[in-house]
Design a protein around this ligand. Structure first.
Ligand code: TRP
Length: 450
């Protein structure tokens, strides 16, 4: 059992809520959610995404926080001590290992996208005035075609992220979130207000919430489920790790609801404001990963006060990405420190170095290595699909099974802090609904079910 007694804890329950919202709210909400909504048919995707958040996301967010707090260790150590406690096989440690592998893969493309955003932050400072649709399309194309710029920004983002994790749990992670998260919410409100008065909010509303169940397909469902995992930072040990720094006095169900609610709200608000600009300017909602970079600057170029709004927007996205990236480094860091006895410094620097190298390969997959494909996908798309559509749901399934079938029910009840009907409801969802939903979606996609 590792260092249970000397383990650092968050300074308050607000701190846990803030850092976990910081982890959840990221490029997933502001970059990925709008572009996936745009390429997966709008409201059909939103509907399934919301259903997945409710039926799989929130229950698993509670389960993961609960595992972390009970295990008081890194994702691998937590799973080992909980497996021991339940008299089960130590093979359950694989949950932690999947998380560490997945986090490394995610950050290697996440950091490249964050690099795009850094590049556009600088451009926003210079101003997008005078650029039209064609010029902006070409500008994004030029960025992707330039390995030097992609690698430079990716490197800077890795330095920023590793820098915070080096500062430790309270001195680095907590402090960074306490500055960036309130700023993020303030900027988002300004943008939304602006979208409401200056752009086409009602068209955006129709696109996101028009009820259209016939547009739902297997592909849309898998994409939406994967995104629900991604946006709540589930399945990759991040929540287990943050939960392990959590004090006894905190209510896991209540904080989980606040975290999931805030994350969903930010995605929907970001989607509304982004699509209200897209429709006001007659742009293409299905533009793909470049959506926010090709469409929003056009809106910024054409609106009064657009210069300031543009800078604010990109700063918002950088903050969101930064507080999430931290949570992709911390789980593996705590594992290296607690299992292998490395110093935090050595752990963070080697992890960041590894991710940096992989990220360079991802950056090159847009240009010099464009022809290199695995399963028909370039590295960027491959790492994204492998993590969101495979590793996260598999880890989520294992976490649900471990929580509701392997652990002693009394231990689960005591740790989660629910009783009566509320416990029965949550437990039933984790025992049956979430695993069956994940399995059905998988079976459907590999073609075993109609
Ligand atoms: N949730 C973050 C986002 O939406 C990304 C993220 C951070 C993440 N930590 C994670 C995703 C752990 C999966 C697992 O941008």
């Amino acid at each position: 059992m590792e260092q249970t007694s000397v383990r650092t804890h968050w300074s308050s329950r607000w701190a846990f809520m803030l850092v976990t919202i910081g982890s959840a709210v990221g490029l997933g909400n502001i970059w990925k959610f709008p572009f996936m909504t745009g390429t997966n048919g709008g409201s059909a995707f939103v509907l399934v995404y919301l259903a997945c958040i409710a039926a799989i996301g929130v229950p698993l967010l509670m389960a993961e926080s609960m595992l972390g707090r009970r295990g008081q260790s890194n994702p691998v150590g937590t799973m080992r001590s909980l497996a021991d406690e339940a008299g089960a096989s130590r093979a359950w440690q694989v949950i932690g290992l999947i998380g560490i592998l997945g986090s490394v893969l995610i950050l290697s493309f996440y950091s490249v996208v964050a690099g795009w955003v850094l590049d556009y932050t600088l451009r926003a400072v210079e101003g997008f005035q005078g650029m039209d649709k064609a010029a902006l399309g070409a500008a994004f194309g030029d960025l992707l075609a330039s390995p030097g710029r992609l690698i430079l920004w990716h490197s800077l983002f890795m330095v920023l992220s590793a820098g915070v994790v080096l500062g430790g749990v309270t001195g680095g992670i907590e402090r960074a979130n306490k500055i960036m998260m309130p700023a993020l919410f303030a900027i988002l409100l300004v943008l939304l207000g602006y979208g409401a008065v200056a752009a086409d909010l009602s068209a955006a509303f129709r696109f996101l919430f028009h009820f259209e169940p016939q547009a739902i397909s297997g592909k849309v469902v898998l994409a939406a489920m994967g995104h629900a995992f991604f946006t709540l930072s589930l399945g990759m040990g991040a929540i287990i790790t943050y939960g392990s720094y959590l004090g006894r006095e905190v209510s896991i169900p209540r904080t989980s609801l606040v975290i999931a609610g805030a994350d969903t709200l930010v995605a929907l608000l970001a989607g509304l404001s982004i699509f209200s600009f897209v429709f006001a300017q007659g742009l293409e909602p299905a533009a793909g990963p470049g959506l926010i970079l090709q469409t929003l600057p056009l809106a910024f170029a054409g609106m009064p006060g657009g210069h300031v709004i543009g800078v604010l927007f990109f700063v918002l996205v950088v903050f969101a990405a930064w507080t999430s990236a931290i949570s992709l480094i911390e789980p593996a860091t705590s594992w290296l420190v607690e299992h292998l006895g490395w110093s935090r410094r050595a752990a963070v620097l080697s992890l960041a170095g590894l991710i940096w190298l992989l990220g360079i390969a991802v950056a090159l997959s847009f240009n010099a290595w464009e022809g290199f494909k695995i399963f028909g996908l370039g590295l960027f798309d491959l790492f994204d699909a492998l993590t969101s559509k495979f590793l996260m749901p598999v880890a989520g399934l294992l976490i649900a099974v471990f929580t509701a079938w392997v652990m002693k029910r009394e231990h689960v009840r005591e740790e989660i802090g629910l009783s009566g009907g509320a416990f029965a409801l949550w437990f039933t969802v984790v025992r049956y609904v979430s695993p069956v939903a994940i399995l059905l979606i998988f079976l459907h996609v590999i073609g075993l079910l109609g």
